[in-house]
Ligand binder design. Sequence first.
Ligand code: C2E
Ligand code: MG
Length: 667
Amino acid sequence: MNIGKPKIIAGAIGLVMLMVGANYGQFEVVEYGLRAEAAREADHWAQQFFRNTPDSENLLSTNAFSAEQLATLQETAEFGDIVKYQLYDASGKLVVDHASGSAAATGAGDEQALDVLRSGKAIASVGSPDRFLTDAQANSAASGLTFIAKVVLPIHRADGRIAGVVLAYVDQSEVRAAFRIATNTLSITLSSIFTITLGGLFIGFLVARKREGKSRQHVDFLAKYDQLSHLYNRAGFKEKLEANVASGIIDPARMVVMFVDIDHFKHINDTYGHKAGDGFLNHVGQTISKCLQAPDFAGRFGGDEFVIVAQRSDLAEAGRLAEHLQSMISTPIIVDGETISTSISIGIHFENHQSFTFDQRMHKADLALYQAKADGRNTHRFFTNELELGIARRRKVESAVLNGLNQGLFSLAYQPLLQEDSLKCIGFQALLRLVDKDGESIPPEEFIPVAESVGAIGPIGLWVLNTAAEAACAWPEPLSVSVNLSVRQFADGHLAEAVSQTLTRTGLDPRRLELEITESLLMDASIDADAQLSALRDLGVSIAMDDFGTGYSSLGYLWKYGFDKLKIDRSFVIGIEDRDVRAREILETIIVLGHRLNMVVIAEGVENKAQADILSGMSCDQFQGFLYGRPMPAEDLPGFLLKNATTRNEQGLSGESRISGPEIGQL
Ligand code: C2E
Ligand code: MG
C-alpha cells in the first residue's frame, strides 16, 4: 500500500509529537508528584512542630518565646528534609525565621503567606536551589542539594481556624535523582506511558522508604520529650545538658540544679481524677517553661518531679528564680472545669564545684528538696553539707521509728510522781524510749516529732497506751499511770474508742489512767477537741494539761475544759532558787490559778531540795523530778516503791495525803 510522502511526514511528525507529548507529560507528572510529596512532607513536619512545641498557638499570636519553645524549634528543624522554614502569624507577618534561629522582628505581611491565609490552600513549587535560596543559604544547607520544593501551608488551630502559615523549603534531591535513574535505565523508546507508570511506582516506593526513615527519626525525636509536660524527659535532659556543657553554653561553675516537686500531688489525682492530674502536670511544665530563659531548661523525670538546670552567679539569684517559680505555680488554674491550686517544694544545689557530676548535683538537690518537704513544703531549700548530715540523721531516726514496733526497739520508762506533803509515790508517768539497732538511744524530743511527721505516732501511741495500762494493772492500787498523747492521735477522731478498748482489754480502773495533753491540741482548728475530750472524760479517765506555761497558756482553755491536773513545765522550775522575786511570783500565780480552777498542780523537773522547798511554800500539790526518781524500767518499780515507803517511815512522814499511796505488802 502506497502510503505517500505527506502521510509519512505527518506520521513522523505525529510520532515525534506523541513522544514529545509523552515526555512532556512524564515531566509534568514528576513535577506534580514532587510538589505533592513536598507538601505532604511540610505538612507532616508542621504538625510535629505544633505537637511538640509547648504552647505553640500562643507562640504565633504573642511572638513571645520561652527557652523550651526555642529549643523545640531547633530540634524540630533537624528532622525531616526541611532545608529552611519560616512561620507567619494569622496576619501574614513573619514570626520565626529558621535562618536566624529565633524570633524575628515582625515586618510587613508576606505576599505568599497572605495568599494562603486568604485561600486556606497550600502553594507548592519545585525547582533548583538557586531558584529559591541565596548562595549562602544553599551552601549552608545539606551537601548534595540539587532540587528543592517551596511549600506554603496554612496551620490550623484545634478549633479549625487558621493560626498562621508555615513556609518550608523541602529537599527533593534524592527523590528526583532516583527518578532520573529510573528513566535513564529504561529505554527512551519504551512507551512513555509505561515509563511514567513505572516511574510513578518507583517514586511511590522511594517515598514509602523515606517515610519509614522519617518515622524512625520521629520516634527518636519523641524519645527525648515528655509528651505530658512538653519538657525534656530524663534521657533528653541528660543529652541536652551534656551537649550544652560540652559546647560551653553551660558553665558548670555557675550551674544551678533545682529539683521541683508538686506538694500533695497525689491529693490532686485522688480528688479531681487522673485526667485533671495530667492537665495539672502539663500546666506546671508550661509554667516552668515560661519562667525560664535560654540557656536554662527543664525536664520532667516522671511523676510530679521536675528538674531545672539554670545558670546563676550566686545563691540569691538562684533563690529568686525559685521564688518566681513558686509564685507562678501557686496561682490557681482551671483544669477540666475544676479550680486547682497547690504549691511546690524546691531543692536547690549550687556549689562552685566544677568536678561534680550531674548525678551528684541531682542527689544534693534531692536532699535539699527532702529538707524543704520536712520543713512544711511550699518552700525552697539550698543544699549544704550540714543539711546532708542532718538528713542522714533524720533518715536514721525515721527508719528506727518506722521499724521500731516490729523490731521491738521501743520500751517504756516510768518516772514516779509524788505527793508534796507525804512524798508518797502516787503513780508513774510512762515515757517512751527508742534504742536503735546499733544500740544508740534516740531522745524522745528527737523521735516523737519524726514519728508525728511520718504519720507513725498513731500506732506507736496506741502501743504506749496498751503497754502502760498493762503495766499499771500489775501495780498496787491506786497507783496511777500517766500517758502523753500527741495531737496527731486525735486526728482521726477515734481516740476515745481506742482508750475504751484498752481499758476493757486490760481491766484497768479508768481512775488510774491519766492522759496528758498539750495546748496545741486545743489550738488545732482541724480537730474537734471538745467532743473528744468529753468522750474521754465520760470513760472516767483524768486529763492533765501538760507543759503549761510554755505555749499559749490560755486562761480561757483552762477554764473551759476544766482539766483534772495542771503540769507546770520544767522551764519554770529550773534555777527558781536563784531567780528573782518576779520569777517566783509567776510560778506562784500559776499554782494559785490551778487551785482556783479546781485542778491538782504538779511541778515537773524538781532536781534539788531548794526547789522542792520553794514549791512546797507555794502549796504545789505534787512533784516529779530527778530529786525523787528518774524514769526507770518497769522491773525497777517494786524496788523503788519499797525504798519510797521505807524512807518515808524513817523520816516519820505519814501516809496521809489527798491521794493515798500503796502498801508495800501489795507489791
Ligand atoms: P514530758 O511529758 O513533759 O515528760 C517529762 C520529761 O521531763 C521527761 O523527759 C522526763 O524524763 C523529764 N524530767 C522529769 N524530771 C526531770 C528532772 O528533774 N530534770 C530533768 N532534766 N528532766 C526531767 P523525756 O522522757 O525525755 O520526755 C521528753 C518528752 O517527750 C516528754 O515530755 C513528752 O513530751 C515526750 N514523750 C515522752 N514519751 C512520750 C510518749 O509516749 N508519747 C508522746 N506523745 N510523747 C512522749
Ligand atoms: Mg508530758
